[in-house]
Design a binder for this molecule. Sequence first.
Ligand code: TRP
Ligand code: SF4
Length: 405
Amino acid sequence: MNTIRQNNRVLSGMRPTGLLHLGHYHGVLKNWIELQHSYECFYFVADWHALTTHYEDPSIIAESSRDMVIDWLAAGVNPGSSTLFVQSRIPEHAELFTLLSMVTPLGWLERVPSYKDQQEKIKDRDLATYGFLGYPLLQSADILMYKAGFVPVGEDQVAHVELTREVARRFNHFYGREAEFESKVNAAIRKMGKKNAKLYQNARKRYQEQGDTDALSIGHALLASQQNISLSDRDRLLGYLDGQGRIILPEPQSLLTVSSKMPGIDGQKMSKSYNNTITLREEPDSVTRKIKTMPTDPARIRRNDPGDPAKCPVWGFHQVYTGEATRVELSKGCKTASIGCVDCKQYVIDSVLQELRPIQQRMREYMNDLSSVDAIINEGCEAARDVAQDTMEEVRKVMGLSGRK
Ligand code: TRP
Ligand code: SF4
């Protein structure tokens, strides 16, 4: 992997199709929050993606967009270090989607596994639309727009990042070979000064003729230290150094999120469509009631009947929330009927409430101060749009669309 070309940027989006729940928190948000320490993060509301499936009744999208950002903030996404924005407010995404569609073979989209899977799974909506077929390509446009090096995704989205890599490769293949590449490279080399130019040429020669990867690293370090060459010249020099040509849209890598073990209150995966969620906004009373009424091991009919945690949906919660030592005791207690389900569940209730308390406190603060939420979103959109405009300028130019003066 050519790390100097992989920028340190993370991009990820979430569809605003309802309230966030504990599954989102443990499966996605905690990871987003963690990534803020090591990457420049861009997180966005994928409202166009939500429309691909919810086009008949978009009211849920309007309702959830701002709420979703509030929940991100309350959970710990930091607007001081991450850029938060809304997809539809950066119309460049639609433009890049259109331009990428020109080079994307139809078969690539038809073969993305989620295309057929979802059509078969979601029977109550007609997903035989052009928009739904294009879903992964719109996602590619989101990613490539920011030249993101890394995309945190769950397993179901890995194929979309893979498609993105293929589309980027094809794009660079067609458009990365600019006219007069060599003469532009030579001009850029001259800007480095005699001594550095010589070091660069030597490194390139050693790498290309002898496959000397140390020489490649030396070349990379040299380019990284150059203050007075432009970004596009730097890209050219990188491409000339390793022989790949100029990479306009870099290929991203997936950062696979270990899939969350968070079950729903019925033991299946927590998901709105199964109606088994505890939302981040759930009132404490409701949290308590939902957990109290959870089914347990069906063999434990009476308090004295021994049970088996492996057959109990509540156990999935313990695996997320309860420390190892207590878990060992609870498991023993369940198997010997020395602990009742009511007491066993109380641990889970206490942990969930404790987790939600500070999040809901911050949520209330943001909801009482919607103008700062809107300001955060506005600022994020502006920052994102700056990046998007730069990318589009380059993309238009190489695709013969630099007509605007
Ligand atoms: N398809 C993603 C999901 O359903 C949401 C998404 C849209 C996304 N664009 C993206 C995720 C770009 C990562 C990068 O979860
Ligand atoms: Fe489930 Fe706990 Fe009851 Fe055992 S004691 S059946 S683990 S709720």
